[in-house]
Design a protein around this ligand. Structure first.
Ligand code: M6R
Length: 628
């Protein structure tokens, strides 16, 4: 199996306590399904018997399987899988057992040297059932366990299990978050982390294991985050964490904040729609406590950088992936306009391998909803390794990037479950606007200009709520164009990143080919794509480049291309030119992305529904991209 076949991003759960494990595991897997939905499985240990139930497909299928083939026991592990290559089959589903049936485990990550390890184990007569890298880990633990037992160690001694696990981890190259059960040591659940996130929930004589905090909600708010090279034993008798180099370490129990709690769909049919409608509130939360009217500036609690340091910055690098990268582009326009600091936006996947010349006066901000994106994390580590202060703009409290960065700003948007990012984008833009104000006010921006900036920002939640009233119009537009095979998205200045974001939304949930461009770039090539079956979505609210965008729009109309315009209210001129108009409120140009992105999110949603696509779980994607 080549390395690509092993690329998996998954969700892990575990439970040890006094309640029926299978109910808790299935509940946890349902909440983690956004991380992958190619297969699901659980293993429960009871009376020195390991029972495994797993199958290809969604958690709903696993629930049916367990209804007909229940498992008893109050210690177990579970897994939901996302595979980029290779067949998501029953046999490749997790959990995986070793050959002797003594060890069972679930894994999130990539074992890069699995071929070599497999060859070595095969020489000892070990037979493999699946084509996953994960089974190699189970077999290797089983092999080390066998050696230990043969040399006199007791199979039911937790120290023997620690030793088998440690010896295995020392041989692995790659990344892993593991949940492991040993048949002969049934009161315990082991976990190990290197590169893939794991959090332990601490209950009353019970412990939970999960890839993120969403499965813990409703069970406990007390959590312990594992660090890389930590292994942990979760038992009814307590929790022990050992670090590879430092041995047993103190565990710091933290309390999850309220905002992590709202993971229910409520009245909405999809998380994406719920999250689109949450934006007035999520934007408000991003601003809460951060507007300082007295000094006409912004305040941030966790930047960990003093004013002197921030005044010395002469260059900013914003690094991110996907939607967060688009928010970064808006940030570049904001910071350069209001703080006059040269700013670059780098794909994290490029920055991590480039020898970018960062100086002592460069500040790096990583932008990420999840705080777990592998490329963004690697870019953060690379910048920090070179001694550069690296801050995070992040939504997920306690995520790896939030914990490893030198400081940062939380979005406070609440959990974003829909794979297509929506509210995180507008919260990121809000935080970047506040950052631009803050950096501008400590340079040359006047008090009056700062006041006006804050006033405009303060009005945004209400204006975003009004923007959502365009939903019925968007639904009609979607009906007219849902069967087109190609779309173009065009905008200029602050609305250029919005065009990119609109195209990404349509692509990822409706599988329609869409391209975003700065509107004026059309005539340098992409205009050749225009025909009567290729709608162009123009983001053209009133502002400094309005006339220019209208000219670009007329160029498309002259070539017979249908045009959908996102335009200011009562814009008769645009209405007379285009096929469909979706109105948005007038707002200052620098805040336009907060309103112009909303109809584009709704358009992607409605088109995807009409095409029968699974909006919250688009094919081939997963919410957190935790592998390279
Ligand atoms: O969690 P992050 O913000 O780091 O995620 C980055 C991208 O993977 C993410 O924005 C992705 O592009 C979304 N699916 C877009 O909707």
């Amino acid at each position: 199996m080549d390395l690509l076949r092993a690329l998996i991003m998954c969700g892990i759960v575990g439970y040890v306590g006094h309640r029926p494990a299978s109910d808790l595991l299935l509940d946890g897997l349902s909440r983690l399904e956004y991380r992958g939905y190619d297969s699901a499985g659980i293993a429960v240990v009871e009376d020195r018997e390991i029972a495994v139930r797993k199958r290809r497909g969604r958690v709903a299928g696993l629930i049916e399987l367990i209804e007909s083939h229940p498992v008893e026991g109050s210690i177990g592990i579970g897994h939901t899988r996302w595979a980029t290559h290779g067949d998501p089959s029953d046999v490749n589903s997790h959990p995986h057992l070793d050959e002797s049936g003594r060890v069972v485990l679930v894994h999130n990550g990539v074992i890069e040297n699995h071929d070599r390890l497999k060859a070595r184990l095969s020489e000892t007569g070990c037979g493999f059932r699946s084509s996953t890298d994960t089974e190699v880990v189970a077999q290797l633990i089983g092999w080390h366990l066998e050696q230990l037992i043969e040399s006199g160690h007791a199979a039911d001694d937790p120290e023997t299990c620690w030793s088998a696990l440690r010896a295995t981890l020392d041989e692995l190259e790659g990344t892993y978050g593991l949940g492991v059960l040993f048949r002969d040591c049934p009161g315990h659940l082991w976990a190990a982390r290197c590169g893939s996130p794991l959090v332990i929930g601490v209950g009353d004589q019970e412990y939970f294991l999960a890839s993120d905090t969403s499965p813990l909600i409703g069970y406990t708010r007390d959590v312990v985050y594992l660090d890389d090279h930590d292994t942990a034993r979760l038992g009814r008798d307590g929790l022990e964490v050992r670090h590879r180099d430092a041995g047993t370490r103190d565990v710091a129990v933290q309390t999850i904040q309220d905002e992590a709690v709202d993971v229910e769909l409520g009245e909405f049919p999809h998380y994406m729609l719920k999250e689109i409608y949450e934006q007035p509130d999520s934007i408000r939360s991003a601003m809460r406590g951060r507007m300082d009217g007295d000094d006409a500036t912004a305040v941030f609690g966790g930047l960990n950088a003093d004013a002197g340091e921030l005044r010395r910055i002469d260059r900013i690098v914003l690094t991110a992936c996907g939607t967060s990268w688009h928010a970064g582009l808006v940030g570049e326009y904001l910071i350069e306009e209001f703080a006059r600091i040269p700013t670059e936006v780098e794909y994290a996947s490029e920055l991590r391998y480039r020898n970018a010349p960062l100086t002592d006066t460069t500040m790096v901000f990583a932008i990420t909803q999840s705080g777990e994106t592998a490329d963004t994390l690697a870019a953060v580590r690379e910048c920090r390794r070179k001694g550069h202060k690296t801050l995070a703009i992040c939504n997920t409290v306690g995520s790896t990037i939030a914990r490893e960065a030198d400081g940062g700003i939380y979005l406070h948007a609440g959990p974003e479950i829909g794979v297509a990012s929506t509210k995180a984008f507008t919260s990121q833009v809000t935080v970047l606007a506040l950052l631009a104000l803050y950096l501008g006010r400590m340079r040359h921006m006047s008090f009056r200009a700062g006041e006006a900036f804050l006033e405009s920002l303060e009005a945004m939640p209400e204006l975003v709520a009004r923007t959502l009233e365009c939903h019925d119009t968007v639904r009609e537009v979607a009906r007219r164009f849902a069967d087109c095979g190609n779309f173009l998205y065009l905008g200029r200045q602050y609305n250029f990143p919005v065009a990119l974001e609109g195209a990404l939304k349509l692509k990822e949930i409706s599988y329609i080919h869409a391209e975003g461009y700065p509107a004026a770039e059309m005539k340098h090539g992409p205009i050749a794509l225009v025909d009567e079956r290729t709608p162009s979505v123009f983001v053209t609210p009133r502002g400094g480049v309005y006339e220019k965008v209208v000219s670009n729009l007329e160029e498309i109309k002259a070539r017979g291309g249908p045009v959908i315009a996102i335009a200011g209210p009562d814009d008769e001129r645009i209405a007379g030119l285009v096929d469909e108009v979706i109105p948005v409120p007038d707002v200052p140009e620098f805040l336009q992305p907060l309103v112009t992105s909303i109809p584009l999110q709704l358009l992607a949603y409605e088109v995807a529904l009409l095409r029968g696509c699974d909006v919250d779980r688009p094919r081939n994607l997963a919410k957190s991209v935790t592998v390279e």
